[in-house]
Design a binder for this molecule. Structure first.
Ligand code: AP5
Length: 217
């Protein structure tokens, strides 16, 4: 099963993706996580990407497409994957189609998680992330059991540099201008299912599962 997860920043893509991947034994491919790993390792890609990410802009298509081409060849993606945060522009969607053709693969479904702008800033400024396993928390809606520590490995949770009000507002603008057009791109291929991303995490997950059960594996 190969899925694409779309939605504005803070829609809950990462949170739901972790559950889906665990239950359906597929691999999450988050371009945001990959880029942040490059930044912490100080690679050339990380150095190039950092300024774009911290200002809320998209990293240039050619860098992202090269990253995805390398990544999708890895064995962990052979038994299915969920693309979280990619593609994000029409050129990225077209490049993905070409790559999938070469790999003789296809996308089964594009899930679009919808959340209104007014909820996004509140969600992101209170988000905390584990630097070790990537698990995502929210200080109010999904807090860790022990304050400031990851439930899974005890690492100290951190606030992402791009999770401040100014950058989140910019990211929302970029989403509307550059990423929303690809929803139409995938609608034309009849691949899109939309989900309300407001409500309890468990209920949203249940709604996603209801859609996934109709997919052939
Ligand atoms: P990326 O890391 O992909 O960030 P994003 O798309 O902005 O999405 P987020 O990770 O912020 O949100 P999410 O939807 O995963 O929400 P989450 O589950 O964490 O990208 C970062 C940057 O990298 C980009 O700006 C760009 O610069 C660059 N980049 C990445 N990919 C790129 C690409 N393909 N091309 C070019 N550049 C690229 O949830 C958010 C919070 O809400 C959490 O605290 C969570 O606990 C809480 N929450 C979740 N669900 C609920 C709920 N139902 N109710 C209440 N709270 C909830």
């Amino acid at each position: 099963m190969n899925l694409i997860f779309l939605g504005p920043p803070g829609a809950g893509k990462g949170t739901q993706a972790q559950r889906i991947c665990w239950e359906y034994s597929i691999t999450q491919l988050s371009t945001g996580d990959l880029l942040r790993a490059h930044i912490s390792k100080g690679t050339n890609l990380g150095k190039e990407a950092e300024g774009y990410i911290n200002s809320g802009n998209l990293v240039p298509d050619e860098l992202i497409i090269a990253l995805i081409k390398e990544e999708l060849l890895l064995p962990q993606y052979k038994s299915g994957y969920l693309l979280d945060g990619f593609p994000r522009t029409v050129p990225q969607a077209i490049a993905l189609d070409k790559l999938l053709e070469e790999l003789q693969q296809s996308i089964d479904l594009v899930l679009v998680l919808e959340v209104p702008d007014e909820d996004i800033v509140e969600r992101l400024t209170a988000r905390r992330t584990c630097p070790t396993c990537g698990k995502v928390y929210h200080l109010v809606f999904n807090p860790p059991l022990s304050e400031g520590r990851c439930d899974l490995d005890g690492s100290e949770l951190f606030l992402r540099k791009d999770d401040n009000e100014e950058t989140v507002t910019k990211r929302l603008k970029v989403y509307k201008e550059q990423t929303m057009p690809i929803i139409n791109y995938y609608q034309q291929k009849d691949l899109v299912q939309t989900i309300n991303g407001v409500g309890r995490l468990e209920q949203i997950y249940k709604n996603i599962k209801n859609i996934l059960k109709n997919l052939k594996k």
